[in-house]
Design a protein around this ligand. Sequence first.
Ligand code: ZN
Ligand code: ZN
Length: 139
Amino acid sequence: MKNRNYIIVIVVCLVLAGLIFYATRSNNVGGIESLESGKLIWVKCSNPDCGATYQMDEKDYFLQIHEQTRAHPMALQTPALVCKKCGKESVYKAFKCEKCGTIFFSGAVPNDFADRCPVCGYSKTEAIREARKASPGDS
Ligand SMILES: [Zn+2]
Ligand SMILES: [Zn+2]
């Protein structure tokens, strides 16, 4: 009988540990809470009948990505967000080209900077790197 009580105590401890682990894990939104809101990013709907582009808070974006990742844990790609216009899960992160104003999906040009404009070829990441290269020792 004593042995059995022992086992029950151990099982209860394990369950508690599991619950605590799960609770702390689900509260921690991967550091998203530490992100400051107020930074707007562009998103674009990949539904050809919709094609909506709009801005959203970067923090909201990551929170929704987190929710979608939890809803589809087996998905290998970045999950799509629900479009606020057509209601389908077809919205992805996008960039707005500073040069020509085109709004395009992140990584529109394969094997290149994610923010490379497919229309005029401008990339802000590249421009920043070039500017850094141009002024060495300026740190
Ligand atoms: Zn849409
Ligand atoms: Zn452009």
